[in-house]
Ligand binder design. Structure first.
Ligand SMILES: C[S@@+](CC[C@H](N)C(=O)[O-])C[C@H]1O[C@@H](n2cnc3c(N)ncnc32)[C@H](O)[C@@H]1O
Length: 252
């Protein structure tokens, strides 16, 4: 089930304000790779910011965003030009054969793949969708850095409205509810301007370690070509915040 944060149009309309593009380190890493690929599949594309930026930067090839969150896709479809394909669903509801030079998952969308079988099916679908020379780029938070330990808010956080000054902010709280092995459960409370009670979104994310991740990739016929621990392309260490991977099909 998709989190209300991504399914509810009212909440999804705040996603870009919660995660502003100019404060993100990941798009600087992925955008050049999107630009140099003829055809791109963005899995868990959310509000479609990365593909929108690519089009605005002059990408002329096929750009396709896939997401199961109705609210997020509603935001993506607000783009005035009909020059990006937006598809509702996930990798298990679709099948492409050697159609994309670059498949990407940003914003830790990869961590929404929870069970081993779900992960295997998703990676098999990614491999099938890649052209022979294609690449799969994605990141997952490094479990050794234990990011969730600082996620619970001590006081509500006010998020400025996308409209800017004069508009009422969104009020956000977050509480990590439990950790079970490499699975973290947390609840986000979002009080919209004009509302008096928060809307809640319960989320579950998997924090897969690098060794297990690489075993799943190898099993799916994908080999790690590049690996970094942060968006400045530093090496992966025990304290790195991210496990950033660029993989390709294992040579036959
Ligand atoms: C944190 S948002 C990231 C959105 C976007 N990629 C970005 O970087 O801004 C995670 C996205 O993953 C999507 N998602 C959730 N489960 C998914 C799944 N099984 N497969 C693909 N996407 C999924 C959500 O709907 C949501 O839009």
């Amino acid at each position: 089930m998709v989190d209300p944060l991504f399914a509810d149009p009212a909440l999804a309309s705040w996603y870009d304000a919660l995660s502003p593009t100019d404060e993100r380190g990941d798009f600087g890493f992925y955008l050049p790779r999107v630009m140099s690929a003829r055809s791109v599949l963005d899995v868990g594309c959310g509000t479609g910011s990365l593909l929108g930026l690519a089009r605005e930067a002059g990408h002329r090839g096929r750009l396709l965003g896939l997401d199961p969150g109705a609210g997020m896709l509603e935001q993506a479809r607000r783009r005035p030009e009909p020059d990006i394909e937006w598809i509702a669903g996930d990798l298990e509801s679709t099948s492409w054969e050697r159609e994309f030079d670059f498949v990407v998952m940003t914003g830790h969308a990869f961590q929404a793949l929870l069970g081993d079988d779900e992960l295997r099916a998703a990676l098999a679908a990614v491999r099938a969708a890649l052209t022979d020379d294609g690449r799969f780029g994605f990141e997952t938070r490094n479990p050794l850095a234990r990011a969730w330990e600082s996620w619970t808010t001590v006081a509500p956080v006010d998020v400025p409205a996308p409209g800017g000054e004069g508009s009422a902010p969104l009020r956000m709280t977050r509480q990590v509810r439990s950790v079970d092995g490499d699975i973290v459960f947390f609840r986000t409370g979002l009080t919209l301007p004009g509302e008096h009670a928060p809307r809640h979104s319960d989320s579950t994310l998997r924090f897969l370690g690098a060794d297990r991740l690489d075993a799943f990739l190898a099993e799916a016929g994908l080999v790690v070509e590049e690996r970094y621990g942060d968006w400045e392309r530093g090496p992966l260490t025990d304290v790195s915040p991210e496990i950033i991977t660029v993989a390709r099909r294992t040579p036959a």
